[in-house]
Design a binder for this molecule. Structure first.
Ligand code: SAM
Ligand code: SF4
Length: 331
């Protein structure tokens, strides 16, 4: 599948649920209302759409949410998707908050998952509880260790928030080095309503160019050619031998090399994280379409993939450019 700008679309992110057992301040309101079950694609429908994408040339699937591991029977989906590895699919991965990883790490490995991203914004238990509004850091760390013990490569994702965790990045680089984890820092994206009151969104923006400059005082960072097909720029940390990534949607335009599209848990295909145009694949699935019709609907959507996005935070209204929650689109 080649989009209008010559980019091969080889990477699909699938959000399997909008639900989560945490309420991270930058992601969800505390009193978040979740979708009724009938709105969600069933596990069979998710598998069918993923199968169509693999048939059409998608080589990498990332399962996300919401928190993917809270979806009932989600291991059934991992197993059916894992069976496609080596049959068009090269990689099946997962982004998780880690709360249920200790329970599922072995099963994920058995299904063919080789890498997981675990979101850990801080190594301080109190801060962790505040950022996630209910999380227990020890449980998440146990999850990351269980993943490692099951043979999965672990990458820690941390959202950089000024005045919240910005004093911890040296320690996190060090800790990840000790644990054998890679680390990726993420710039906060202006999505959804924070529910933290006026100004919260603008205040939460910390340019990673600043963070990187600070980290360079202590660490030797060499830009790496490593690409995961994602939007991160990677550096090798000489002192730890691990990789450090930066995802900078606000300060760095990563659209040119975009090879990905996103499927929400309701079967809406977003061709770009920062734009509203979308294709409703659920109605295609539920209209009794055969595989050829489903493939056609996907091809037609890819043909509309836009060139790029333009995230803007309006400082007067403090309104995000795209009022969609990350937990719906899948981060
Ligand atoms: N629940 C899983 C987790 O937390 O890893 C998967 C879904 S979560 C939406 C995926 C990633 O998006 C997480 O690393 C999270 O920190 C990040 N994220 C959520 N809201 C964000 C925002 N407004 N800006 C930047 N990253 C965000
Ligand atoms: Fe849940 Fe992940 Fe959003 Fe945090 S970032 S509330 S863990 S979906």
């Amino acid at each position: 599948m080649i989009d209008p700008f010559g980019r091969a679309i080889t990477y699909l992110r699938i959000s399997v649920t909008d639900r989560c057992d945490l309420r991270c301040v930058y992601c969800m309101a505390e009193d978040m209302t979740f979708l009724p079950k009938r709105e969600l694609l069933t596990l069979e429908e998710l598998d069918r759409v993923a199968g169509a994408f693999v048939r059409l040339g998608t080589r990498k699937l990332r399962i996300t949410g919401g928190e993917p591991l809270v979806r009932r029977d989600v291991m059934t989906l991992f197993r059916s998707l894992g069976a496609r590895l080596g049959h068009g699919l090269d990689e099946l991965t997962l982004t998780t908050n880690g709360t249920l990883l200790a329970r599922y790490a072995e099963e994920l490995a058995a299904a063919g998952v080789r890498r997981v991203n675990v979101s850990i914004d801080t190594l301080d238990p109190e801060r962790f509880a505040r950022i996630t509004r209910r999380g227990d850091l020890a449980v998440v760390l146990d999850g990351a260790f269980a993943a490692r013990a099951a043979g999965l490569a672990v990458k820690v994702n941390a959202v950089a928030m000024p005045g919240v965790n910005e004093d911890e990045f040296d320690r996190m680089v060090e800790w990840c080095g000790e644990q054998g984890f890679d680390l990726t820092l993420i710039e906060t994206m202006p999505m959804g309503d924070l529910g933290l009151g006026d100004g919260a969104r603008v205040d939460q923006y910390l340019p990673l160019s600043v963070v990187r400059a600070r980290l360079r005082r202590r660490w030797t960072l060499t830009e790496s050619a490593h690409r995961t097909g994602g939007p991160a720029r990677y550096f090798e940390v000489a002192e730890t031998g691990r990789r450090l990534g930066f995802i900078t949607p606000m300060t760095h335009n990563f659209c040119e090399s975009c090879n990905r599209v996103r499927l929400t848990c309701t079967g809406t295909l977003y061709m770009c994280l920062g734009q509203d145009d979308a294709a409703d694949l659920r109605s295609v699935l539920r209209s009794g379409a055969d595989d050829a019709a489903l493939d056609d609907a996907i091809r037609a959507a890819i043909a509309r993939k836009p060139k790029g996005h333009d995230f803007v935070i309006d400082r007067r209204t403090d309104k995000p450019a795209v009022a969609r929650h990350m937990s719906v689109t899948g981060g």
